[in-house]
Design a protein around this ligand. Structure first.
Ligand code: GLC
Length: 430
């Protein structure tokens, strides 16, 4: 399909993106103009011996997860209580992500979730995962630079989220909670993996959003090792197709988060929809009509793509079922089903290749001759649930480093973003 040609990346292009990404990292670290913010975390890796009971809040943009975690030492931890709530629920009639919602309401909602899992009489040091670009000036100060992932809640951008949370805790007289650390979810993922694996030095989220952090051997701030939140979702030196431009133009902040808009779970369904819509407009698909679903923005989700990719049957009966139940298309031709699956696969494959390119850039930055073992800790729905995603990401990386493929391991670090907040709080207390 000619229209998809711009999505196909070959190895030389992937390597070129990796090299440019590496240069953008160095520029960002040096304070030069770069699409990579390279934000300091004020944290380094845990020893694996930290201990205690902690409260963690994981706020990522889709759900608020609260958990109490026992950090046990020797690389072990156990979740004691856990609760997860969506930030928007049409049936329940609430949405904390719109411009009409005040930040104070959002933070009250978060505090209510916390309160529900606390054991009376016990105090809890708190680690707070706040998964948005935030300027940190210390381990418990984080000013939100700007919302990403299409969140718009008012009165949070430009404010210290630690202060907003403290105000809410004070307002509720919640003295059991003692805030200690605020971190990005990529940092949480790296901390969780590194707690039991000293070779872990890169953490990434491949989910609704996309971003990566890594252990910088010599932070410009201290000259010592520090985990840096790259905010790689904002990387912008990329070969964008007309479809990408269209998505960007219609998004909340055009021009921002260009990589994330090409790879993240929030956007890949929409990108697929935009392509399908174009195919329909050009009479290349569903000649007999204009199925509503493909003409309504953000109506196709990453989980729809997962359904298309999961179907490996010769007649694509799963795709046919999806068209019937989700798109009100009772009859389809095999070639239409094949085209749909090909479009979804193409979008997903590019997502994997672009992410592999950025990981390659990070690896070249921290270990130019690739001499050491590296674990890339990854959390997020795409890496965990999208059929074939984790395998293909792994094989793409191993192919790039074909001389020493065994030095690189990718590892699903489930719930790492939340558990990592507890580990961060434990590091601070130690
Ligand atoms: C967005 C946020 C980033 C976060 C990522 C994954 O890119 O800007 O801070 O790490 O999503 O949740």
């Amino acid at each position: 399909m000619h229209a998809l040609a711009g999505f196909i990346l070959h190895e030389p292009q992937i390597l070129e993106i990796a090299n440019r990404f590496q240069k953008a990292m160095t520029d960002g670290l040096a304070g030069k103009s770069s699409s990579l913010k390279m934000l300091p975390s004020f944290l380094t890796k845990p020893t694996g011996q930290e201990k205690g009971i902690y409260l963690a809040v994981d706020f990522g943009g889709t759900n608020v997860r609260v958990l109490t975690v026992e950090i046990q030492g020797n690389g072990a931890y156990r979740t004691l209580r856990r609760r997860s709530f969506p930030l928007r629920d049409r049936e329940e009639g609430y949405d904390f992500t719109t411009r009409e919602t005040a930040g104070s309401d959002l933070f009250r909602f978060i505090a209510e979730q916390m309160e529900a899992i606390l054991v009376p009489g016990q105090t809890y040091p708190l680690g707070f995962t706040f998964s948005f670009p935030s300027r940190q000036t210390g381990i418990y100060q984080a000013v939100l630079i700007k919302w990403t992932k299409e969140i718009q809640t008012s009165g949070v951008e430009g404010y210290d989220v630690a202060e907003l949370l403290q105000k809410t805790l004070d307002g509720k007289n919640l003295k059991q909670v003692i805030p200690r650390a605020i971190i990005n979810d990529t940092v949480g993922t790296l901390l969780t993996a590194a707690y039991s694996d000293q070779q872990a030095d890169i953490g990434s989220i491949c989910g609704t959003g996309h971003n990566t952090c890594y252990l910088e051997p010599s932070s410009p701030m201290t000259g010592k090792p520090m985990i840096i939140n790259i905010e790689s979702g904002n990387y912008n030196e990329l070969p964008a197709t007309d479809y990408d431009m269209q998505l960007d133009k219609q998004s909340q902040i055009p021009g921002d988060q260009r990589l994330e808009k090409m790879v993240g779970g929030q956007y890949i369904g929409e990108l697929t929809r935009i392509i399908i819509q174009d195919f329909i407009n050009n009479k290349l698909l569903f000649a007999s009509g204009r199925p509503e679903i493909f003409f309504t923005p953000y109506n196709i989700k990453a989980k729809d793509l997962a359904r298309l990719l999961a179907d490996e049957s010769p007649e694509l009966t799963g795709v046919s079922q999806w068209l019937k139940t989700n798109c009100q298309i009772p009859c389809s031709l095999l070639e239409e089903r094949t085209a749909l699956r090909t479009i979804a696969t193409t979008v997903i494959t590019r997502s994997i290749q672009l992410i592999a390119a950025t990981f390659t850039g990070v690896l070249k930055h921290i270990d130019p001759g690739l001499e050491k073992q590296h674990t890339i800790a990854i959390d997020g729905s795409l890496f965990e649930l999208m059929p074939g995603y984790a395998n293909k990401l792994n094989s793409t990386l191993k192919n790039i480093f074909k001389d020493k493929p065994d030095l690189i391991t990718t590892k699903l670090t489930k719930h790492g973003s939340g558990v990592g907040a507890a580990i961060a709080a434990a590091i601070i207390e130690d």
